[in-house]
Design a protein around this ligand. Structure first.
Ligand code: UD1
Ligand code: CA
Length: 458
């Protein structure tokens, strides 16, 4: 498909969204609407992709990045005018024989549909191949008017349609494949509508009027539906969720209740992981194999190892190692790095901290800006007091391997608790604790060397 260029129309304001955000930047499953259409064009193997931007142009260009070309439509004079702007960028390209045009507000479109459409035009030699959609609810769409032989004769916009035409339940999907030379020549022949807008679908009537062949292929509304308002946004989102859930299930993931599992595009989950109801996996999130996730869990931009359990918890920009157990009711804030087999649960909050393998943080604690070693026991109610409100700075806490922190220990950072050291219940640790020493009190002072569990039998 390298001799096909794609033109994606995304300049419109989207008045019906009633939003400060340009319509094509509204997101479904973490991806802006226009991103889906670009992805479908790329998936179809189309060489050049040109997006026409206008309303909120700079914002839309930013969101698109460098992966596509953009051209600006300065006055929003309709879909045909938008296509003309793209023509200015493309018409000199001798490598482009077909132009596929689609709307940036149709996020359900697929690469497979684009390929079918391009193939249909080439195989039949039609000047235009377009996609039509049978629907129970044609409101807002252009109606496809056919002759007695069933051939498409013209497209009539709703505002221009007679009562009889309005009753037609076959609508224009706004997806066309058009012979490039003919397209560039005829875009300027389109006359403005009563509202002063130039309608791209008028090309169909023009081609038929010239006696040229126009072909149509059909696709269901689950592929062609456009988003003009928030009701349609939610309807499209639910179809995209269904697709994402289905992909995961087919790949070997159990979703106990698919309907309450929400996935962002690009999230990956390993085989034999079981996802419980009310789970939301967002952003650049990867979950390993054999995990148990949820119920009622939100994981954002995080990596979860194999065999981990995350239950009724929120995990943001964090790493969780293999076989770790998180929750119920834990909050991993950005920069939490939980190593393998850690047990973190019942109201534990961790931020910007590394927690070493097999360490237990079982009950009601806050660990921030800390480096906690392996095999540490963190008693209930332990917190790092990492914020110095006089200087406004955050300070580091270090707890070395094998240390044991008694219930309600306050670690007043910056502070280090040495290897296998121990703090008594209620200690307020303001000075470094030497390895193997027991400290108690407020402020905590050394009591004696720690008894070795093996010898004391305790
Ligand atoms: C359009 C079609 C209609 C079709 C429907 C399918 C026209 C005149 N009508 O109607 O036949 O059934 O799509 O979804 O084409 N845009 C621009 N510049 C503009 C105007 C629009 O780039 O000046 C872009 C919009 O950002 C949008 C797309 O073109 O992505 C379609 O515009 P929209 O106003 O949503 O057209 P519809 O009323 O949906
Ligand atoms: Ca639309």
């Amino acid at each position: 498909m390298s001799d096909t260029a794609a033109v994606i129309l995304a300049a419109g304001q989207g008045t019906r969204m009633r939003s400060e955000t340009p319509k094509v930047l509204h997101r479904i499953a973490g991806c802006p609407l226009v991103g889906y259409v670009v992805a479908a064009a790329v998936e179809a193997g189309i060489g050049r992709v040109v997006v026409v931007v206008g309303h909120g142009a700079a914002q839309v260009e930013d969101a698109l990045g460098d992966a596509v070309e953009t051209v600006r439509q300065t006055e929003l004079k309709g879909t045909a005018d938008a296509a003309r702007r793209a023509g200015e960028a493309l018409r000199g390209d001798p490598g482009v024989s077909d132009v596929l045009i689609a709307h940036g507000d149709c996020p359900l479109l697929t690469g497979a549909l684009f390929r079918d459409l391009i193939r249909r035009r080439r195989e039949t030699g039609a000047l235009i191949a377009l996609v039509t959609s049978p629907t129970d609810d044609p409101r807002g769409y252009g109606r496809v008017i056919r002759g007695p032989d069933g051939q498409v004769e013209t497209i009539v916009e709703e505002a221009q349609a007679s009562e009889e035409q309005r009753a037609v339940r076959d609508v224009n999907a706004g997806v066309y494949c058009i012979e490039a030379g003919w397209l560039w020549k005829h875009l300027s022949a389109i006359q403005p509508s009563a509202s002063g807008e130039y309608y791209l679908p008028d090309l169909v009537g023009l081609a038929v009027g010239e006696g040229a062949l126009v072909q149509a292929i059909e696709a269901p509304p689950t592929v062609t539906a456009g988003v003009n308002d928030r009701v349609q946004l939610a309807a499209a989102a639910s179809i995209i969720q269904e697709r994402l859930r289905r992909e995961l299930m087919i790949s070997g993931v159990t979703l106990i209740d698919p309907a309450t599992t929400y996935l962002d595009r690009g999230v990956t989950v390993g085989r034999d992981t079981v996802v419980y109801p009310g789970t939301v996996l967002e952003g650049a999130t990867t979950v390993g194999v054999g995990c148990r996730i949820g119920p009622h869990t939100r994981i954002v931009d995080s990596t979860i190892g194999d065999g981990a359990v995350v239950e009724i918890s929120v995990v943001e920009s964090s790493r969780v190692g293999d076989n770790a157990r998180i929750g119920p009711f834990s909050h991993l804030r950005p920069g939490a790095w939980i190593e393998s087999e850690v047990e973190l649960g019942n109201f534990a909050e961790v931020k910007n901290s590394r927690i070493g393998a097999r360490t237990k943080v079982h009950h009601v604690s806050y660990i921030g800006d800390a480096r906690v070693g392996e095999d540490v026991n963190v008693g209930a109610g332990t917190i790092t007091t990492n914020f110095d409100s006089e200087t406004g700075t955050k300070n580091q806490t270090v707890v070395e391997d094998g240390a044991s922190l008694g219930c309600d220990t306050m670690l007043v950072a910056p502070v280090t608790v040495g290897k296998k050291a121990m703090t008594g219940a209620g200690s307020v640790v303001t000075h470094d604790v030497e390895p193997g020493v027991v400290v108690v009190g407020v402020p905590a002072r050394p009591l004696r060397p720690r008894r070795d569990r093996q010898h004391s039998g305790g």
